[in-house]
Design a protein around this ligand. Structure first.
Ligand code: ADP
Ligand code: MG
Length: 697
């Protein structure tokens, strides 16, 4: 029997373990540097490492690894055993402070976007004590940041940690203006809701497109998809429930606070949500969740698909990132609060988010831009590619009131005067089911809903942290200089609303009317990844990352290059897979089936001229017209792929894929899907959508 109370966090080197196993002064020094995010006293590293080693060995551990998050979007690990010899060649089990703090993996095979010259293969990993070490299998995992030898970030964690420092610094300046203590820390939090598909291993293995690309590149819609809305929150099938339980237990062992599990909208689609944590830990944990979903599914003869759009025609998968900022004393700064001062502080921070989102729509869009996510954004299942904020009626009304100096919240209130009045109490809008907004305020947090299901949440989070920190820094600059704080605060809030409220939209984000309205408001609509990515590298965006020490110019440019390159590579693989399946599976099937129909006609006619072959002839005519189109579509796609200049400019290459290769892929798919609908099941080489989506019984 699994005992959740006993097992929860049993494989984590957490605060309790540290307390139990470290001398008190060392424990205190470690905890202080974790909580205050101050540099670690290196003299204590040996003691900490030794305690970690002993604790891990008791759990059956033989190896340790610096665990990091290179730009591939997945994690990397290289195991070292504790085995060592002393000078007389006796076995010693070693793990030193130096080994805990720093590793030097060969960085040459990780993508760097040109940062790391080929002659400088070394990179280094540096322990991140703010995310706890843990045991998985027989290995002790030490979360680390991964940098080049000259100090440039080569990973997803470093900019996130830097952005959290920016939030801390600017948040602290704001809090001090409201009379808070000097040393109060401010932290960004995230609770990520992860969507995924589960299918049976046998159908997966029969689909080369799923194997190579994570999504189906062909497939007609099944007779029944999600029309009846009968899957959402439906009864969980036993096999799926077993998987979920197994997964949850593994997550709890690692101190990952898995909370909610349910069926999602599409057949075979599910969701897991965890309780929110510090943005850094949440990011590490989300990476682990994705990895464990895959590995545990395999133990159940299932395959977990994390792709944003595994199946055309049914909903894809996203990852809602719930985001807030809070103080080290546990106060949520996005909570409207009860006192006038809390209300004023809340409005100021709300305004910072509004300003940040409006000024940096492009960066928010970039942070979720991938080839896979393009298939779902704006397709009536996920928010459009337009950034806007949902605030709900009540809060919007309050902002309107401030903007127009009009009474807010009842007759007895004459004028909104921030810093004096208490805001009219508005209930937390937990019933918000406006799922069409990309960025929704849900009572005391924002929910960023554009994030793709397979994406590391680091990018969206460090972007959000940076742009909000920047708005806060501008506010702090102005308010620090103010002679009359309250007056300046009022003016600042009002001005910000007037200038940036075009970004607020409470209506239906899926409606075409919104696209028009957004255009009128001058909001960006960056439909494709290739529309968004170039903006990442524009001067203003480099400047803001530089200003807050999140990314240097070199780091921004190299990341931009990498993203563009990655986009082109994904499409290249998809196009090649389509061609391969078309030529080697589909065309032979079409020919065999057409031949068999033709043979049927011939034999019927041979028996007696009076037999009607109208049916067969009709079918054959259709088949032959589609077959001709198929051959043509294959040729067009082949030409488009061949025309890609892989050695040329990366943006030109990415654009070639989005503008020429992708339309050719769509064309080919359309023809193949038409053929699938005509051809005898027994001849068709791929499991159908129906067979895949209903494969888990
Ligand atoms: P739903 O969005 O389905 O209504 P909830 O709002 O309860 O569900 O929570 C969704 C996610 O938001 C969970 O991961 C939860 O931990 C997270 N969350 C709740 N409060 C905060 C907060 N203050 N900051 C960040 N995330 C939060
Ligand atoms: Mg939610």
């Amino acid at each position: 029997m699994y005992n959740i109370a006993k097992e929860y966090g049993s494989k984590v080197f957490n605060e309790q373990v540290m307390k139990d196993r470290l001398p008190f002064d060392i424990y205190q020094s470690l905890i202080t540097s974790i909580k205050k995010k101050s540099p670690l006293d290196s003299s204590i590293a040996d003691v900490v490492a030794n305690a970690m080693k002993e604790w891990a060995i008791e759990l059956g551990v033989t190896h340790y690894t610096h665990w990091f998050q290179p730009m591939t979007g997945i994690t990397a690990e290289k195991h070292e055993s504790f085995v060592n010899f002393n000078p007389t060649r006796e076995l010693t089990l070693e793990f030193s402070g130096k080994e805990l703090i720093k590793g030097e993996p060969d960085a040459s095979s990780f993508p760097s976007g040109g940062i790391r010259a080929t002659f400088e293969a070394r990179g280094y990993t540096a322990w991140d004590p703010t995310s706890p070490a843990f045991v998985k299998g027989h290995t002790l995992y030490i979360p680390t940041a991964f940098c080049s030898y000259s100090g440039e970030a080569l990973d997803k964690k470093t900019p996130l940690l830097r952005s959290m420092q920016a939030v801390n610094k600017q948040g602290n300046r704001i809090l001090k203006l409201f009379g808070e203590a000097d040393d109060i820390a401010v932290e960004a939090n995230c609770g990520a809701e992860q969507e995924y598909f589960l299918i049976d291993k046998s159908v997966y293995e029969a689909r080369p497109d799923l194997i190579y690309t994570g999504r189906t590149l062909f497939g007609t819609s099944p007779p029944k998809g999600q029309e009846l809305d009968d899957h959402y929150f439906g009864v969980i099938k036993q096999r799926v429930a077993d998987f979920m339980q197994d997964l949850d237990q593994h997550l709890w062992d690692l101190g990952i606070p898995s909370k909610t599990r349910h069926n999602e909208v599409a057949p075979a689609q599910h969701e897991l949500a965890i309780i929110y944590e510090s943005a850094n830990t949440a990011t590490d944990h989300n990476q682990l969740i994705m990895e464990m979903m895959k590995s545990i599914a395999a133990n159940h003869d299932l395959v977990c698909l994390l792709h944003e759009k595994p199946f055309a025609g049914v909903n894809g998968s996203g990852k809602h990132c719930n985001w807030s900022i809070s103080t080290s004393t546990g106060e949520n700064l996005l909570d409207p609060g009860k006192t006038p001062s809390e209300n004023a502080r809340f409005l100021l921070i709300l305004c910072a988010v509004i300003k940040a989102l409006d000024e940096h729509q492009d960066l928010m869009r970039v942070s979720v831009a991938t080839a896979a996510n393009d298939h779902r954004l704006g397709k009536a299942e996920a928010p459009p590619a337009i950034i806007s904020i949902f605030l709900g009626e009540e809060l919007t009304e309050i902002l309107e009131g401030i903007k127009k100096d009009k009474p807010v919240g009842g007759k007895n209130r004459s004028k909104m005067n921030i810093g004096v009045d208490v805001l009219p109490e508005f209930p937390k809008d937990t019933t918000d089911r406006n799922r069409t907004s990309p960025f929704a305020f849900t009572g005391n947090k924002f929910e960023f809903r554009m994030v793709g299901s397979s994406l590391s949440i680091s990018g969206p989070l460090f972007t959000l942290n940076t742009i909000v920190a920047d708005a806060l820094s501008q506010f702090a600059d102005r308010l620090t200089k103010a002679k009359d704080f309250k007056k300046e605060l009022n003016a600042l809030i009002k001005e910000t609303i007037i200038k940036h409220d075009r970004i607020i939209f409470n209506g239906d984000g899926y409606a075409t009317a919104w696209v028009k309205e957004a255009e009128k408001r001058g909001l960006l609509n960056l439909k494709m990844t290739t529309d968004a990515l170039p903006l990442f590298m524009k001067k203003e965006n480099i400047d803001i990352f530089k200003k807050h020490g999140v990314l240097s110019k070199t780091e921004v440019i190299s990341r931009g290059e990498l993203l563009l390159e990655g986009y082109a590579k994904i499409l290249h693989i998809e196009a090649q897979t389509m061609l391969d399946i078309s030529l080697r599976d589909i065309i032979p099937a079409v020919i065999s089936y057409s031949n068999s129909v033709a043979d049927g006609i011939a034999s019927k006619k041979a028996l007696s001229a009076s037999f009607s072959a109208d049916l067969e002839e009709g079918l054959l005519t259709k088949l032959s017209s589609c077959s001709a189109k198929l051959w043509q579509a294959v040729a067009v796609l082949e030409d488009a792929v061949a025309a890609a200049d892989e050695d040329g400019d990366t943006l030109v290459l990415a654009k070639h894929y989005s503008d020429s290769v992708l339309p050719a892929m769509n064309e080919l798919r359309e023809v193949v899907d038409c053929l699938e609908a005509l051809i005898d099941r027994d001849y068709w080489p791929l499991p159908s959508y129906g067979e895949i989506l209903y494969s888990v019984k």
